[in-house]
Design a protein. Structure first.
Length: 122
């Protein structure tokens, strides 16, 4: 399902996509964290909404950059971005992530989202 937001489209996954994320930077300071498990709820070329049982603290006070990886149509994506919002939805937390993607990454993501959507319509 595609839904409108500020972007031209946002794809809502009928079956959530498993992902792993790590925190790479907090307030311009590089950090190294263990990987956390997540599920991608929806995605656009500029952002991802994901949920996880992990609680990332102080997202409204700090600038937190993440690396998120997931597989779509057997293609492994590894993208960078920053958390822009958080919602507590017991027993999980939902996060909005603004992606730092270039045009090539966006076109590749768009291509794979179209393939994924076509497969789900069959």
């Amino acid at each position: 399902m595609i839904s409108n937001r500020k972007e031209s489209f946002r794809y809502e996954f009928p079956e959530k996509i498993p992902a792993l994320f790590t925190i790479k930077q907090i307030d311009d300071k590089d950090v190294t964290t263990a990987s956390g498990e997540a599920e991608i709820v929806n995605i656009s070329l500029q952002g991802i909404r994901f949920r996880t049982k992990l609680d990332i603290p102080k997202v409204n006070e700090k600038k937190i950059h993440l690396h998120i990886s997931f597989k779509l149509n057997e293609k492994q994506f590894q993208l960078l971005g920053k958390i822009v919002w958080k919602r507590n939805k017991y027993p999980e937390n939902e996060y909005g992530m603004q992606l730092f993607t270039n045009e090539t990454e966006q076109m590749e993501l768009l291509q794979h989202l179209k393939i994924y959507a076509r497969k789900k319509q069959v």
